[in-house]
Design a protein around this ligand. Structure first.
Ligand SMILES: [Zn+2]
Length: 526
């Protein structure tokens, strides 16, 4: 394993002051599924997540809670963010915190390099600033206040009054990069995806870029500007750098060369930071730009974007406590086209759990294992001659595996799941049509019965491999019940791009009892 191409994928780092909600979990799960897929394909995979811990707002909250910002961040990482990753079964390779020494020292190195090369200058800045966004707001995001804020300018996102700030700042010459960025979007259409996100970014950059204020001197909770320690680095400039500091920028060049560039999965609300500022920063430093920036859509609950400030935040544990982490992972990736907005509802979650996971996949697995147990004493029969219907199933499995791999490459995770699910649906139909329970009544049909059940069992083998990135718990149970661990080795070691090759599970393997993969849930709970 891990001898293939480098594949490095990141999520945005969590803003440590937030409360985890299903929007955070959605991004994490998507990146995790793609990472697990590549890992299981033998690619040299690295997945990164972490926390963004600097900035004025964190300082203010910590002070209000009678503690230091570092202790405040430590507490939130331990009590909120790392537990979130466990709740939804994330297998990240690294977790970076922007207050770690490895990050801070490399941020300083990066900044010094840009300063030495003339990309940073000092100037005076006066503009309307939103403490919630931690940024000076562009005209397009400044609106007139209403209600208690009548007559004031407020942030379009936070609906709270903006502060007029004037200070000496260091500026990054981002305006130098307008043409180079436009050329990049043109030459590499995949650089920003999906298409709607790409178009929005191009529109924005075509208007011309302003230089970016990248330091603050009104508070000190941040990375110190190396040549002027009365300033700290603007929190976004600091945060974006996590993607390279975590893989060794400035400290371990061999590892940096091995991992970088990355695929960044981000919510579309922070697309501009990633698709405009970030590549400009990298160009200034003479580094490669990211492989791709993919902006996924918003989760809507009752038509509103999921966030704590809108009071629609749902804690992931509210879902996993009832349905389990596998169902959480499956539901959001199956129900919502990745890249588009999607609505969450308990009714839809419940319905898909029942129809697709419990009745579709779970029931298929239990029926097949039960029939092998009943008709062949638990020993997987050898197939006799394949008929057209058996060969058709083999073809379905092969096509589903190939299509799913292409879809994962394109980050069309919903399409990958839809392809894999054709195996579930076709196998269920195959068993209904082949009627193994009828074949079992006449010993003269033993060879045919063996072929049907072998076909079904090896189809389950393929499903376990293909679904293990999405449903790690259920597929491990299934793998054990099929006796596949003994015959083929650990599930995570099965090369996923080879999963569609029929007939890998040897006849003679022994199946064992399979508990319900997706137990019935009493309707009262949801
Ligand atoms: Zn704001």
């Amino acid at each position: 394993m891990a001898s293939g191409n480098s594949f490095y994928i990141t999520t945005p780092i969590f803003y440590v002051n937030d409360a985890p909600h299903i929007g955070h979990a959605y991004t994490e799960v998507a990146a995790d599924v793609v990472a697990r897929w590549h890992r299981q394909a033998g690619d040299d995979t690295w997945s990164l997540t972490g926390t963004d811990e600097h900035g004025e707002k964190i300082l203010r909250t910590a002070t209000a809670n009678g503690t230091t910002p570092q202790k405040w961040a430590d507490k939130l990482v331990t009590e909120a963010w790392k537990p979130l990753l466990e709740t939804i079964d994330i297998q990240n390779d690294d977790f970076i915190r922007t207050t770690e020494e490895r990050h801070e020292s490399s941020v300083q190195l990066f900044l010094q390099r840009l300063y030495d090369d003339g990309y940073i200058y000092s100037g005076e800045y006066e503009a309307l600033y939103c403490v919630g966004c931690e940024e000076f707001k562009p005209q397009s995001e400044i609106v007139n206040g209403t209600g208690p804020f009548e007559g004031q300018k407020v942030c379009a996102i936070h609906s709270k009054p903006l502060e007029l700030l004037k200070e000496k700042n260091y500026f990054f010459r981002m305006s130098d990069f307008t043409e180079r960025l436009l050329a990049l979007y043109e030459e590499r259409p995949d650089f920003v995806q999906p298409e709607s996100a790409r178009n929005e970014v191009i529109q924005f950059v075509r208007q011309g870029l302003s230089d970016l204020s990248i330091s603050r001197s009104s508070f000190d909770w941040g990375v110190k500007v190396p040549w002027d320690d009365s300033h700290v680095v603007y929190v976004w400039f600091d945060a974006l750098l996590n993607y390279i500091t975590a893989v060794g920028y400035g400290q371990d060049e061999a590892n940096f060369d091995r991992r970088w560039p990355a695929t960044h999965i981000v919510g579309k609300d922070i697309l501009r930071f990633h698709a405009v500022i970030w590549p400009a920063m990298l160009m200034a430093a003479g580094l490669e730009v990211p492989k791709q920036i993919f902006g996924h859509g918003w989760l809507l609950v009752g038509g509103e974007k999921m966030s704590k400030s809108k009071l629609t935040g749902i804690a992931p544990t509210e879902i996993t406590d009832t349905f389990g982490s596998d169902a959480f992972r499956y539901y959001f990736l199956r129900a919502i086209a990745f890249g588009q907005d999607g609505s969450f509802s308990w009714e839809d979650l419940s319905a898909r759990y029942q129809a697709e996971l419990a009745n579709g996949f779970g029931n298929l697995a239990s029926r097949v294992v039960a029939m092998v147990t009943k008709y062949f004493d638990g020993v997987v029969p050898a197939p006799a001659e394949y008929t057209d219907v058996d060969l058709a199933i083999q073809e379905v499995v092969k096509k589903a595996a190939d299509d799913a791999d292409s879809s994962i490459d394109a980050l069309a995770i919903h399409d990958a799941l839809a392809s894999i699910w054709t195996i579930v649906d076709e196998l269920n139909g195959y068993i209904t049509d082949s009627e193994p329970w009828a074949l079992a009544k006449d010993p003269a049909n033993a060879a045919r019965l063996g072929t049907v059940l072998y076909t079904a069992v090896d189809g389950l083998r393929a499903l376990a491999v293909l679904l293990s990135p999405v449903l790690p718990q259920a597929t491990h149970k299934l793998w054990d019940a099929l006796g596949a661990a003994e015959a083929l080795g650990a599930l995570v070691d099965q090369p996923i791009r080879d999963a569609g090759r029929f007939g890998q599970l040897p006849a003679g393997s022994t199946v064992s009892a399979l508990q319900a993969l997706f137990p019935r849930i009493e309707p009262a709970v949801a």
